[in-house]
Write a protein that binds this ligand. Structure first.
Ligand code: PLP
Length: 442
């Protein structure tokens, strides 16, 4: 059959409707109009996705760092169907409640670091962070310090696309998408000295909270400097600044511990979660607060808690999350993430030996990156990541390239139920891809 930009004539209608009616998230609108959808997915199984032509791909980024337990988990579909038939939705506003949200809140209290025992539910990461920002300001207002409202984040950070979340995002291209943003957000370099200097200049009595991803994901999988978080946490304590850990990517086993902060020996005051909480089988997020904050809210609240989404604690999403966490525990996927992360890093190191263009490699659990450099640790004038990503796609491997702010980085986060054979398969594809790309450098 005739092919139109990779899609067969039978699928042409889908491509046309996509172009005309579907404004894609985080996309090039021009490219969509010129080329239509590159892939239309139809099925998933384990670490694989299948497209409309039946071609299989390794989902090297767990889709959007979220399909932690892998695709095609029938029991998650079944629990959703069961909950939907029984009670698909009811409100959790005010004094109404329902069992899936109560059970999940209790489960989250059990698995999160000590003292983080109360959760506010949202539908995703951006809502979680916006909730956290409003909450810390509400908190300081109740404590009689309404001027404590600045939120400090790090350069290269990503916290989502809601108004507060975008405003807190250190990656400038996301902020430049629009004009007015929310006030009172600031970005600092990733050193305790930079944070101290900021506090010195602005005054601790104007700063509500510091927010950071334990490992920066979208910015290019960047690990914090050694002891960075311990120092930041003590600076926060000295200055009455709340520490928000954005665990949207790093939560639920991604880095080889249940939560990313466990890698760095700190307990935050607030934790934002989403993505891996349901492995993407339903839309859910949460903001988990310390017992201290919860008790202060109980003691100091004088009116209503004027913040709640229709889908805060969606019963079906909560039922899916509970089953998803059960799978993570039953199959010991946090330990698997750690072990397979080591395999992946060993594979990256082998690629580094084999290929001149592989500079630095790094991974923590199943969150990893390969830096592309010219000899002598110089970047290529034109980043190679887009070409590498395209060649990988041809060979059945999906991953992402990061080219913001001069980077040329390949990033990976496969499902945490991946096995050794599948890791090797991923590395072998990358080996072929890097060989081809290397050969064509002029
Ligand atoms: N925070 C982090 C660290 C993220 O990586 C993301 C999404 O990638 C978000 C927040 C936003 O989450 P969502 O896209 O579910 O709104």
């Amino acid at each position: 059959t005739e092919e139109i930009k990779g899609l067969q004539v039978d699928d042409h209608k889908l491509a046309e409707w996509d172009k005309k009616h579907f404004l894609h998230p985080t996309s090039s609108i021009k490219q969509q109009q010129e080329e239509g959808p590159a892939l239309i997915f139809t099925e998933g199984e384990g670490i694989y996705l299948k497209d409309i032509h039946g071609k299989k791909f390794i989902d090297g980024l767990s889709s959007l760092w979220n399909v932690n337990v892998g695709h095609g988990r029938k029991e998650l579909g079944e629990v959703a169907a069961e909950q939907m038939s029984k009670l698909a939705f009811s409100s959790a506003f005010a004094t109404f409640s329902h069992e899936p949200a109560i059970q999940l809140a209790k489960k989250i209290a059990d698995i999160t670091p000590e003292g983080l025992n109360t959760v506010f539910f949202t539908s995703g990461g951006s809502e979680s962070n916006d909730t956290a920002f409003k909450l810390v300001r509400h908190y300081w207002k109740l404590k009689g310090q309404p001027d404590k409202k600045k939120v400090v984040s790090r350069k290269k950070s990503y916290h989502g696309v809601a108004m507060g979340a975008t405003s807190a995002t250190g990656l400038k291209p996301f902020r430049d998408f629009t004009t007015s943003l929310a006030p009172d957000f600031y970005y600092v370099e990733s050193s305790p000295e930079a944070f101290r200097a900021f506090i010195e200049t602005e005054g601790a009595d104007t700063i509500a909270a510091f927010i950071s991803e334990p490992v920066q994901g979208t910015g290019g999988v960047h690990f914090p400097p050694k002891d960075y978080f311990k120092e930041i946490k003590s600076i926060c304590e000295e200055n009455d600044i709340l520490f928000i850990a954005d665990e949207v990517i790093t939560g639920f086993g991604r880095t080889g511990t249940f939560f990313g902060v466990e890698q760095f020996g700190i307990i935050p005051d607030i934790m934002s979660v989403a993505k891996g909480i349901t492995s993407g089988y339903a839309a859910l997020g949460g903001v988990i607060i310390s017992e201290k904050i919860h008790q202060d809210l109980i003691d100091l609240s004088d009116g209503l808690f004027m913040h709640g989404y229709t889908y805060s604690g969606h019963p079906t999403a909560c039922a899916v999350a509970l089953k998803n966490i059960e799978i993570i525990e039953r199959e010991d996927l946090v330990a698997n993430s750690k072990a397979m992360g080591e395999e992946m890093l060993a594979g990256f190191k082998w690629l580094q030996q084999e290929h001149d263009i592989v500079g630095e490699v790094r991974a923590l659990g199943l969150m990893g990156a390969i830096e592309i450099f010219r000899e002598g640790n110089e970047r290529f004038a034109e980043p190679l990541s887009p070409k590498i990503v395209a060649e990988s796609l041809e060979r059945g491997l999906i991953h992402r390239g990061v080219i913001y702010e001069g980077a040329d980085t390949l990033i990976f986060a496969p499902p945490i139920n991946i096995n050794k054979y599948e890791i090797n398969k991923m590395i072998n594809i990358l080996h072929d891809v890097l060989s081809v790309v290397e050969k064509n450098i002029d």
